[in-house]
Design a protein around this ligand. Structure first.
Ligand SMILES: Cc1cc2nc3c(=O)[nH]c(=O)nc-3n(C[C@H](O)[C@H](O)[C@H](O)COP(=O)(O)OP(=O)(O)OC[C@H]3O[C@@H](n4cnc5c(N)ncnc54)[C@H](O)[C@@H]3O)c2cc1C
Length: 304
């Protein structure tokens, strides 16, 4: 038996020192809006450290991010973190968005370069925009005293010439004022461990919070992974084999897989987890429960 697994199995769950955060995406339709708010209401009692809302490239999707962040702030006790990207906007426009967030009480930005609006095209900075996430972090620092999270890639960003170059980028984002990195999702825990060794060697000391993607649909998860450079170990094909038309069993397997992943990371000392919820509460709720994260006392809203 792998000795590394031993302390994990049956270990007491020190949930009181676990911190979770949840990512949502802004809804496009009324039905999706209802789904998101059901998700938020179901996950709010778990008292996440923050919840983040992703940001798209088009004007209407951006408005939906702003509206979702504002509503979370007004109607819940949750601390919203607004994702913000460099794509298709001048520095002045991005600064104005950041300023509006600050003025409305939003104190946490997830600062990203972003991807081009059309999949498959190459990223090109806006002529008057922030070129990379590093430039955005520097710009945000000038706007206000935000808490800033940035992205990290345990298996490397797809466009990075090497993992070294990528870690150098991460280090520069941290040195510019980011206080946390959230990782791209990964399934290979060893890849995260190797990455963390390199992060430590680069003297990066801020939390590098693992991003956990519960597998809602295996084909979709594989497609996401292909697009963002995350590997899908062969054993996962076996694990999900035959479950395409069996959502119930698939959900149980997905929960068990994510719990195992988190417990392995906990055995390494990880205490912070960021969950990509895909606006679906069930899996995240079950995974948090298994990790010992339980509902906290009733929450009011910021405005209450
Ligand atoms: C937690 C998380 C949340 C995300 N949320 C969103 C979201 O809400 N909306 C969205 O559109 N996308 C989102 N993304 C995806 C992200 O925008 C893409 O992965 C994007 O391609 C890179 O963003 P970044 O912030 O990591 O970029 P950067 O840190 O700027 O790095 C991008 C690439 O450029 C390279 N690079 C950096 N600086 C330089 C330089 N000066 N010269 C040359 N190369 C350089 C880096 O090595 C890397 O390969 C998210 C990703 C993660 C992990």
């Amino acid at each position: 038996m792998n000795a590394k697994l031993q302390p994990v199995i049956g270990a007491a769950l020190p949930a009181h020192d676990l911190s979770v955060s949840f990512e949502f995406f802004p809804p496009k339709t009324e039905a999706m809006q209802a789904q998101l708010w059901d998700c938020i209401q179901r996950l709010e009692p778990l008292a996440p450290a923050f919840v983040s809302v992703t940001y798209g490239a088009g004007g209407s999707t951006r408005e939906r991010t702003h509206e979702t962040v504002a509503r979370i702030r007004q109607e819940t006790r949750l601390e919203p973190a607004a994702h913000l990207t460099c794509v298709a906007a001048s520095r002045d426009e991005v600064d104005a968005v950041a300023r509006a967030y600050w003025e409305s009480g939003v104190r946490h930005i997830v600062a990203l370069r972003g991807d081009p609006p059309e999949a498959g095209t190459r990223y090109a900075p806006h002529p008057e925009g922030y070129a990379f996430a590093l430039d955005l972090v520097q710009g945000l620092r000038r706007v206000a005293d935000f808490e800033i999270s940035v992205a990290a890639y345990p298996e490397g960003h797809p466009e990075a010439p090497s993992l070294e170059a990528d870690i150098d980028t991460l280090k520069r984002k941290i040195d510019a004022g980011a206080t946390r990195a959230i990782t791209q999702f990964f399934f290979d825990v060893d890849a995260y461990r190797r990455f963390m060794d390199r992060v430590a060697a680069a003297n990066i000391t801020v939390p590098i919070v693992p991003g956990i993607l519960p597998v809602v649909g295996f084909a979709t998860a594989k497609r996401f992974a292909g697009a963002c450079g995350a590997s899908v170990p062969a054993w996962m094909d076996e694990l999900f084999d035959g479950l395409d038309n069996d959502p119930e069993t698939r959900k149980l397997i997905a929960a068990a897989l994510a719990v195992e992943q988190c417990r392995l990371l906990m055995a390494d000392g990880v205490r912070d987890f960021h969950f990509y919820t895909l606006n679906r509460p069930d899996l995240v709720q079950a995974i948090c429960h298994a990790l010992g994260v339980r509902p906290q006392a009733a929450h009011g809203s910021h405005g209450a």
